[in-house]
Design a protein around this ligand. Structure first.
Ligand code: NAP
Length: 287
């Protein structure tokens, strides 16, 4: 940000808790670097104050905000419009304020996809296996199904959550299909897969030696392996995939790309991925 003055605009993160968030690092760097007179701050907002917080975004003329746990679903009630992705995912992580009209977006899935495209990976025709069926898995599955002609399988402990995502993505095309499907862990067959994405918290600090469904995953050099966990920087899953010469995709990339998309929604400007990555890697991992 520039020095705060009478014309400074604000953007914020709304959640509870918010102290752990790296978003202020990304966005304040962007404002400063692009000479935009704006500031990004975190606001802890309790459930009972969510409606007032949304009214505050309008009344105070914020450019918009990010939304995190526990408000990503509940906040939709207070918005005027939703992007296609946010509607299908049923959760919002970014809001733009246009003179009092609030539009909700979800940049998580598209952020993920952007990282694979940057590596030159064409996702059309790919067989993609997602491990986990939580909020992140849904965002990614929806973005993949909207933007690519790919075949998605989801493996999750609870079948209900996976089936809810499968039903959503099978209904994205005008003619509902059954090309995407649920699999049990016994049905994981990475040999017939092109892309494997870990959307479970297995392998996250402090349990950094853990690998989801370890005995079911066989690495082959043509498998693209992605882990959306960003602490540690490189999970045990990714380390093993790297040893098998797989193409790998780190969780930190998704974190950065979803932020870059949010920044663009508020300002119309694109941040440089490599610059942000250098900054965040140093701040998060001290490298
Ligand atoms: P979530 O909504 O809580 O979903 C977690 C999913 O993982 C659930 O489907 C759950 O299965 C499954 N799971 C949990 N423990 C498991 C275990 N021991 N074995 C197998 N499956 C297990 O979480 P989320 O918001 O989707 O986030 C998932 C992970 O992604 C977290 O580590 C989070 O930090 C990371 N993330 C990263 C980014 C990024 O920008 N890089 C963004 C969002 C999230 P059940 O349904 O059977 O319980």
């Amino acid at each position: 940000m520039k020095a705060i003055n009478g014309g400074t605009k604000a953007v914020c993160l709304i959640g509870d808790p918010v102290e752990h968030s790296f978003s202020p690092i990304i966005h304040n760097y962007g404002f400063k670097n692009l000479n935009i007179n704006a500031i990004y701050i975190n606001h802890r907002v309790e459930n009972s104050n969510l409606k007032s917080a949304m009214e505050g975004i309008k009344a105070l003329g914020y450019l918009g905000c990010n939304v995190t746990y526990p408000h990503k679903i509940e906040v939709m009630k207070f918005l005027d419009d939703l992007s296609q992705e946010a509607k299908l995912i049923g959760a919002v992580n970014t809001i733009r304020n246009d003179n009092g009209k609030l539009t909700g977006y979800n940049t998580d899935g598209l952020g993920f996809v952007t990282g694979l495209l940057r590596k030159g990976i064409n996702l059309n025709g790919k067989k993609i296996c997602i491990l986990g069926a939580g909020g992140a898995a849904k965002s990614i599955a929806v973005a993949l199904a909207i933007h690519f002609d790919c075949i998605i399988t989801i493996c999750n402990r609870s079948m209900e959550k996976a089936m809810e995502i499968i039903d959503t993505i099978n209904n994205i095309q005008e003619t509902p299909s059954s090309q995407h499907h649920y699999i049990t862990s016994d049905e994981i067959d990475t040999y017939s897969m092109d892309v494997l994405i870990n959307c479970t918290p297995v392998g996250m600090v402090p349990n950094i030696d853990n690998i989801p469904y370890e005995d079911k995953i066989i690495f082959h050099k043509d498998l693209i392996v992605s882990d959306i966990i960003y602490q540690p920087f490189e999970t045990a899953l990714l380390k093993k995939a790297k040893l098998a010469n797989c193409t790998i995709h780190h969780g930190i990339d998704m974190l950065i790309d979803q932020g870059i998309l949010a920044f663009e929604i508020w300002t119309g400007e694109k941040l440089d991925f490599e610059e942000i990555k250098e900054l965040l890697v140093e701040r998060i991992y001290g490298e």
